[in-house]
Design a protein around this ligand. Structure first.
Ligand code: NAD
Ligand code: TYD
Length: 358
C-alpha cells in the first residue's frame, strides 16, 4: 500500500485530488494531508473522507521544518504531491511576502525533508519514491497573440508576485532534479474550475454574486484570455504524470479551452438562467446589467494557453470534461452547497471583498 503525503489538501485542487484518488484507488492507498488551514483551507472540503481509516489530516505549516521532517520520520512516504501555496494573484499584488515565504521557502522545506528521508548513503534515492510539484502556466508569462502556446520549453517570464514565487519554486525543484537526481516531476497547469473553489477566483465569485444580484466585476476590457480546465481532469493528470511520467520531466496540463473573461461571465449568466426554475426567486436577480467594468488588475497578463502535446503523446492524458458540461456540474455543486458558500463568505471574506473591490 503506497502512502501519499499531500500538502494543501484542504484547498480547492488538493481536496478534489484527494476525492479523485479515493474514488480511483479506494482502500489500496493511504493519504496523509498536511495543511496549515489558511483562509483558503477548509476542513469541510474533506468531510466525506475524514473518517476513512486510510486518511489522516495533519495540521501543520510547510514552512515548519521540524513538523514536516517529523511526518517523514514517522511514516514511510512513497509519494509527495505538493499543492500547498498561496494561490491568488490579487492577494500577491497586495502582500507579496507571504507568497515568497510559503511558495518558495515552503517548497524548499518539502524538498529537503523528502530528500533527507529518501536519500541513500551513496547519494541515490530509495526505489520508487516520487515527488510531484504542482505548478501553474502563469510562470510562462503572457501571450500577446492568438496563435502562440505555452510549451514545456517556453522560457519562464513571470509577471505577478504569485507567478514569480511559483517560478522560483519550480526552479528549486529543477535544481534538485539536476543536482541530486531527486525523483521529481513538475506539472504546469492552466486555470482550474469546479467544486470547492474559493470565491476570490473568477468563476465562483461570478456565480455567487450573480445569485445574489450583486455586481460582477470585470477587470479592464474583459478580453483577457484564460485556458480553463475542469479540476477533476487536473487531478487525473497529476496522478498519471506521477505514475507514468519520465523522471525529472515537466508536463504542461491544459485542455485547449481558451475563453475571454467576458465570455465566461456570459456563459455563467446564461447557464444560471437555464438551470434555475422559474419559481426560484434567484432567477430574477441574474441579469447582464450586473456586469461592471472596473479598474484593471496591475500587470494583468493578457492571455494564457497551454499546448498539452507532450502529456498526450507520452502519457495519454486528455481532458474529459467539455466546458459546457463542466460549468453546469460546477454550478449544480454550488446550488447544492449553499451552506459551504455562506460559511466561506462570512467573516474575513467580507473585509477582503470590500478592500479589493472598493
Ligand atoms: P488554494 O488556495 O485553494 O489552496 C491552497 C491550500 O494550501 C489551502 O488548503 C491552504 O490552507 C494550504 N496552505 C497555504 N499555505 C500553507 C502552508 N504554509 N502550509 C501548509 N498548507 C498551506 O489553492 P489551489 O487553487 O487549490 O491551488 C493548489 C496548487 O495548484 C497551488 O500550488 C497553485 O499554485 C496550483 N495551481 C492552481 C491553479 C488554479 O487554477 N487554482 C492552476 C494551476 C496550478
Ligand atoms: P483568477 O480567477 O483570479 O485567476 P488568474 O488570475 O490566476 O488567472 O482570474 C481569472 C481572470 O479573471 C483574470 O484575467 C482576472 C479576471 N478577473 C476579473 O475580471 N474579475 C474578478 O473579480 C476576478 C477575481 C478575476
Amino acid at each position: 500500500m503506497k502512502t501519499y503525503l499531500v500538502t494543501g489538501g484542504a484547498g480547492f485542487i488538493g481536496s478534489n485530488y484527494i476525492h479523485y484518488m479515493f474514488r480511483k484507488y479506494n482502500n489500496s492507498i493511504r493519504i496523509l494531508n498536511v495543511d496549515a488551514l489558511t483562509y483558503a483551507g477548509n476542513p469541510e472540503n474533506l468531510k466525506d473522507v475524514e473518517n476513512r481509516e486510510n486518511y489522516s489530516f495533519i495540521h501543520a505549516d510547510i514552512r515548519d521544518k521540524d513538523a514536516i521532517s517529523k511526518i517523514f520520520r514517522e511514516n514511510e512516504i512513497d509519494r509527495v504531491v505538493h499543492f500547498a501555496a498561496e494561490s491568488h494573484v490579487d492577494r500577491s499584488i497586495k502582500n507579496p511576502e507571504i507568497f515568497v515565504e510559503t511558495n518558495v521557502l515552503g517548497t524548499l522545506v518539502m524538498l529537503n525533508c523528502a530528500k533527507d528521508a529518501w536519500e541513500l548513503p551513496d547519494g541515490s534515492f530509495k526505489e520508487g519514491k516520487k515527488f510531484l510539484h504542482v505548478s501553474t502556466d502563469e510562470v510562462y508569462g503572457s501571450l500577446d497573440n492568438l496563435t502562440d502556446y505555452f510549451y514545456e520549453t517556453t522560457p519562464y517570464d513571470p509577471h505577478s508576485p504569485y507567478s514569480a514565487s511559483k517560478a522560483s519554486s519550480d526552479f528549486l525543484v529543477k535544481a534538485y532534479i539536476d543536482t541530486y537526481h531527486f525523483p521529481a516531476n513538475i506539472t504546469n497547469c492552466s486555470n482550474n474550475y469546479g467544486p470547492y473553489q474559493f470565491p476570490e477566483k473568477l468563476i465562483p465569485l461570478i456565480i455567487n454574486n450573480a445569485l445574489q444580484g450583486k455586481e460582477l466585476p470585470v477587470y479592464g476590457d474583459g478580453k483577457n484570455v484564460r485556458d480553463w480546465l475542469y479540476v477533476e481532469d487536473h487531478a487525473k493528470g497529476i496522478d498519471m504524470v506521477q505514475e507514468l511520467g519520465r523522471p525529472g520531466e515537466t508536463y504542461n496540463i491544459g485542455g485547449h479551452n481558451e475563453k475571454q473573461n467576458i465570455e465566461i461571465i456570459h456563459i455563467i449568466l446564461d447557464t444560471l438562467r437555464e438551470m434555475l426554475s422559474d419559481d426560484d426567486p434567484r432567477k430574477a436577480l441574474v441579469s447582464d446589467d450586473l456586469i461592471r467594468f472596473v479598474t484593471d488588475r496591475k500587470g494583468h497578463d493578457r492571455r494564457y494557453a497551454i499546448a498539452p502535446d507532450k502529456i498526450k503523446a507520452e502519457i495519454g492524458w486528455e481532458p474529459e470534461t467539455m466546458f459546457a458540461e463542466g460549468i453546469k456540474k460546477t454550478i449544480q455543486w454550488y446550488f447544492e452547497h449553499e451552506d459551504w458558500m455562506r460559511n466561506v463568505t462570512s467573516g474575513d471574506y467580507q473585509k477582503y471583498y470590500e478592500e479589493m473591490y472598493k
